[in-house]
Design a protein around this ligand. Structure first.
Ligand code: ADP
Ligand code: MG
Ligand code: MG
Length: 247
């Protein structure tokens, strides 16, 4: 009953091996947290699951909904229900936030959406995120602050309702209030119990109000420990020393 099964996955970036035999199973509706020191390969895993062509799979499989997606392109994976929020969201002049989300939604569902229905949903989601309505008509991320960009990403999450959302340090560089808002948005996504989450973070604040099923620690391209929510607390207190040096 796994949504995602990563099996013995090895990944190279520019001829250099970054991931060394990753095994990770994510069930429907589960929330997994991925932690680890800088350069461990956390973002690499996210990009690889999403299908970024810079990351080449040299071994293993990525099974999503029972199908090996290793050779699928990014847009196919997105259509299948995988969503990746980037550490640094891109700016797209000429496309409003609202139109961007609507067209992503139409691609995902393969059908047109009534404008008023879409606007109603969008308004509701923007309220959750304390976003002023005017942002809907602004060019995507252009002139948005760091916090506003992250909110725009969570807005996409709430509107697209992907079956697997990978949040890569969506909380980095945010002030306390923005982290709380982002966390509230992620909480709203969790509420359905339909979507699964892989949250990559250094900041345990975002996790405080979320339900966490599993925590994984990635060191030097390998998952060295898997535990429950308590592992987040332990790492918060003691850092990664015990995993890096070996017990
Ligand atoms: P983390 O997210 O855990 O900090 P990354 O996955 O970003 O780690 O990086 C893991 C290693 O892979 C680092 O040594 C990094 O320099 C390298 N790497 C990742 N992406 C690229 C890339 N696009 N080009 C070159 N090197 C990369
Ligand atoms: Mg697991
Ligand atoms: Mg990273």
């Amino acid at each position: 009953n796994n949504l995602l099964e990563v099996k013995d996955l090895s990944v190279n970036v520019e001829e250099q091996q970054i991931l060394r035999g990753i095994n990770l199973n994510i069930g429907k509706g589960e929330t997994h947290v991925l932690m680890g020191p800088n350069g461990a390969g956390k973002s690499t895993l996210g990009y690889t699951i999403m299908g970024n062509p810079k990351y080449s799979v040299t071994g293993g499989e990525i099974i999503f909904n029972g199908k090996n997606i290793v050779d699928e392109e990014v847009n196919v994976r997105a259509k299948d229900g995988i969503f990746l929020s980037f550490q640094n969201p891109i700016e797209i002049p000429g496309i409003s936030l609202s139109n961007f989300i609507r067209s992503a939604l139409e691609q995902r569902n393969g059908k047109r959406i009534r404008l008023w229905e879409f606007k109603k949903e969008l308004k509701k989601a923007m309220e959750v995120l304390d976003m002023d309505e005017s942002y809907a008509e602004r060019d995507l991320n252009v002139g948005f602050s760091g916090g506003e960009k992250k909110k725009a990403e969570i807005l996409q999450l709430l509107m697209l309702k992907p079956s697997l959302a990978i949040l890569d340090e969506t909380d980095s560089g945010l002030d306390v209030d923005a982290v709380r808002t982002v966390s509230k948005g992620v909480c709203e996504y969790q509420k359905d119990k339909e979507g699964s989450l892989l949250i990559i973070t250094h900041n345990t604040k975002i996790l405080e109000s979320l339900h966490v099923d599993y925590t994984h620690v990635l060191v030097d391209g390998k998952i060295v420990t898997t535990g429950g929510a308590e592992l987040v607390e332990e790492i918060n207190n003691n850092g990664f020393d015990r995993f890096v040096k070996g017990e």
